[in-house]
Design a binder for this molecule. Structure first.
Ligand SMILES: Cc1cc2nc3c(=O)[nH]c(=O)nc-3n(C[C@H](O)[C@H](O)[C@H](O)COP(=O)(O)O)c2cc1C
Length: 363
């Protein structure tokens, strides 16, 4: 079935600072969720344009050891489509971190001007920088001067909830040398309680000539089309829904998926491919939960893998009608063997799924 125009546009390549990206669907940066194991799972399904790491401390990066770091770590194969996100508030150390990111061979670098966690803002980093536009612009300028790779800035609606301020910030970032912006239209103290205001992205889009990617509560193809229509954004960045459905990029970019469907059509049409190693009949949810455990164990010791699986569970359980129950069950296992057993018990046969995720679990 042919895709409507706006979705087709998202599926077209885009060039940023001379580097081509196959489409305009990005995996959003997510500390604790977007780790190397999760990105490997997303890469196995495919369909994305770029993947972003969770935020890494700029001060730590220059002497960080990727072999032991939980955040500044990657697979060689993913570097051509991987953007490293950094946070900090000192322009010189942000520039130093950017140099290391470039030396390691990442596709690009992303500056975190959006995180409003107290621990980050207290030190003047993340969204706190939106209160200090001159310093934020100086960081962009110094990072730009330090590296040649594509430079992204991810930010959100400022503390005053005025889209005009976001437009002014966007202009500052463009003038300081940013190549693309990712904008999350939520006011800074609002962590994710209220829906984002997609119309506010248009202020940012109209203020700059570099590409603008919209972010916040994108769950399916219909949302991709709606956010593009409401804001004029060039592409989309998807966070929690990619944790719930790591195949979302494959489904959005497949030719046989119905653009108005909630992805169930795609899930059904590809079901037969997803056999687990554990001998059950195919089911993409069961496959995915088992596979993330395999990959977490590949990249971490058992204890860390179990901890990371427990972070993955709430978003993933949001797929199901009685998600809170399934969440409770999946959180019970304390070693990999128990977790595989629980996954089998909870997801085979497949429980009823919901058209949109259960937002209460989707924190
Ligand atoms: C667990 C978690 C960790 C996050 N970590 C980061 C981060 O490290 N850097 C960042 O810029 N945004 C971070 N975010 C925000 C997301 O990138 C995104 O802006 C937000 O979740 C809204 O998009 P979504 O509705 O598609 O999830 C995080 C969000 C979650 C849920």
């Amino acid at each position: 079935m042919p895709k409507p125009h706006l979705l087709q546009n998202l599926m077209m390549p885009i060039t940023i600072r001379g580097k081509e990206i196959p489409n305009k669907f990005f995996l959003a940066p997510m500390a604790g969720l977007g780790h190397v194991a999760f990105r490997e799972l997303v890469a196995e399904f495919g369909g994305f344009g770029l993947l972003f790491t969770g935020m890494c401390s700029a001060r730590a990066i220059p002497c960080e050891n990727p072999k032991i770091s939980k955040v500044f770590t990657w697979r060689e194969e993913e570097l051509p489509w991987l953007v490293c996100q950094i946070f900090g508030s000192d322009p010189a150390s942000m520039a130093d971190a950017a140099r290391r990111v470039q030396e390691e061979g990442f596709f690009g670098i992303d500056l975190n001007f959006g995180c409003c966690a107290a621990a980050i803002c207290k030190r003047g980093s993340g969204a706190a920088l939106l209160k200090n536009p001159d310093l934020a612009a100086e960081i962009v300028f110094q990072v730009r001067s330090a590296v040649n790779i594509p430079l992204f800035v991810k930010f959100r609606t400022g503390w005053d909830n005025a889209p005009e301020s976001s437009a002014r910030m966007a202009t500052l970032f463009e003038n300081a040398g940013a190549d693309a912006l990712v904008f999350h239209p939520r006011v800074a103290p609002d962590r994710r309680a209220r829906p984002p205001k997609w119309q506010h992205i248009r202020y940012v889009k109209d203020a700059v000539s570099i590409p603008v990617f919209g972010n916040g509560n994108i769950f399916n193809a219909r949302d991709c089309r709606k956010i593009t229509m409401e804001s004029g954004c060039d592409g989309v960045s998807i966070g929690r829904m990619a944790v719930a459905k790591p195949w979302i990029f494959a489904a959005l970019t497949s030719d046989d998926g119905h653009p108005n469907s909630d992805m169930k059509t795609w899930e059904k049409s590809t079901q037969s491919k997803f056999n687990t190693n554990h001998g059950e009949s195919p089911n993409i949810y069961h496959y995915t939960a088992s596979r993330i455990v395999d990959l977490l164990l590949k990249h971490n010791d058992e204890k860390t893998a179990v901890k990371m699986f427990k972070k993955f569970v709430p978003c993933f359980a949001a797929n199901f009608k009685f998600g809170h129950k399934i969440c409770q069950r999946l959180l019970k296992g304390d070693d990999p063997h128990a977790i595989y057993e629980i996954i089998h018990g909870a997801l085979h046969p497949l429980p009823e799924t919901t058209a949109v995720p259960n937002l209460n679990l989707f924190s």
